[in-house]
Write a protein that binds this ligand. Structure first.
Ligand SMILES: C[S@@+](CC[C@H](N)C(=O)[O-])C[C@H]1O[C@@H](n2cnc3c(N)ncnc32)[C@H](O)[C@@H]1O
Length: 325
């Protein structure tokens, strides 16, 4: 996947919002938020500096992941003109989607009034008409349907609540596709599998990452997840107190559609391919719902050269001879 920095206008507005806030305070706020995310309870972003630290250090990662995932929504340009983003935070998904396609309009739903204000501040002067609703998504509020409904880094925060009812409601609002994005941890992947099972039950069609709607073949202690390359801005490095110019963000996701699309022909790379001299070894999840290790050699030149360009998380066509894992 191509490394993706934040859109310039977003980065400039973020930098402007940080003026007057000491880097040391933002750093402390970030540490408090990180600890809260590692704790048992769903964290709430209390205070402006905590929210700003989220903007500086988490929004680049969630943006990069959201962009990689949204690019995989089938027929994105043809089918998606409107967005409903649930648990929108500072509006990350809208920024990511706009970096891929032009949009007619967007509705963002977020419970935290402070984040709603920041989201609005970041959106000032941007082209896509949008509404930010300050609401709890679990409450019985009607929304307008949208071509694409998204929940980015939200599903895990709803654990222990009536989230399957909410999931059904979210899917009911999606004219074309529903996308869930989560951190790439075993716990969040288990949560995504619960959502996947329920969505299949109510008639959704699995588009990605699984090339099938069968049981997940990845067994503990392993778990399915992917990795995004996140370039770090000067602000990001300063608030994190790090010097490296990038980070790798582990994530997992689910894309389902309302209509059945073409059958899956390709497999998904579930690890980074091993690129050796003369051959490439690929661990994949196949459309038969199995894990397989496929080797591409120079005997099949086209497939071999295609495999050399592939990365973890991409789809790949089977080689002429496939070996089970
Ligand atoms: C980790 S942040 C992710 C924000 C954004 N989607 C992103 O990808 O950057 C989770 C967001 O979900 C919001 N959220 C959690 N539960 C919610 C609920 N019941 N109703 C509305 N928003 C909720 C939180 O307030 C927070 O802004």
């Amino acid at each position: 996947m191509t490394p993706m920095t934040l859109p310039l206008s977003l980065q400039e507005k973020m930098d402007a919002l940080m003026v007057g806030h000491k880097a040391a305070h933002l750093r402390q706020a970030r540490e408090d938020l990180t600890q809260a995310y590692h704790g048992d309870k769903t964290p709430h972003m209390e205070g402006l500096e905590v929210r700003l630290s989220y903007l500086a250090t988490r929004m680049p990662a969630t943006f990069a992941v959201a962009r990689d995932v949204l690019a995989q929504v089938p027929r994105l340009e043809e089918k998606v003109g409107t967005l409903l983003d649930l648990g929108a935070g500072p509006g990350t998904v809208l920024w990511a989607l706009e970096s891929l396609i032009p949009l007619e309009s967007a509705i963002l739903v977020e419970q935290d009034a402070g984040l709603v204000r920041l989201c609005e501040a970041l959106r000032e002067g941007e082209a896509t008409p949008h509404t930010v609703l300050s609401q709890d998504v679990l409450k019985d509020t009607p929304w307008q349907d949208a071509d694409l409904v998204t929940m980015s880094y939200v599903w895990g925060e709803l654990e222990g609540k009536n989230r399957l009812d909410f999931l059904e409601k979210a899917f009911a609002h999606a004219r074309h596709a529903l996308v869930l994005i989560e951190p790439g941890t075993p716990r969040h992947t288990a949560g995504l599998l619960e959502a996947r099972e329920h969505l299949i039950k109510i008639g959704a069609h699995i588009t990605a990452p699984c090339p099938h709607a069968l049981a997940c073949p990845v067994k503990t202690p392993d778990w399915c997840h992917f990795s995004a390359f996140v370039p770090r801005s000067a602000l990001h490095r300063q608030v994190k107190n790090v010097s490296q110019s990038y980070e790798l963000e582990k994530y997992n996701y689910l894309i389902v559609t309302r209509e059945a699309l073409e059958a899956h022909k390709d497999a998904r790379l579930v690890r980074a391919p091993l690129k050796r001299s003369g051959h490439v070894v690929c661990d994949v999840c196949t459309n038969a719902g199995t894990l397989a290790r496929w080797t591409y050699t120079k005997k099949d030149k086209d497939a071999y050269h295609a495999a050399r360009k592939k990365e973890w998380g991409e789809t790949i066509t089977p080689p002429a001879i496939a070996n089970p894992l």
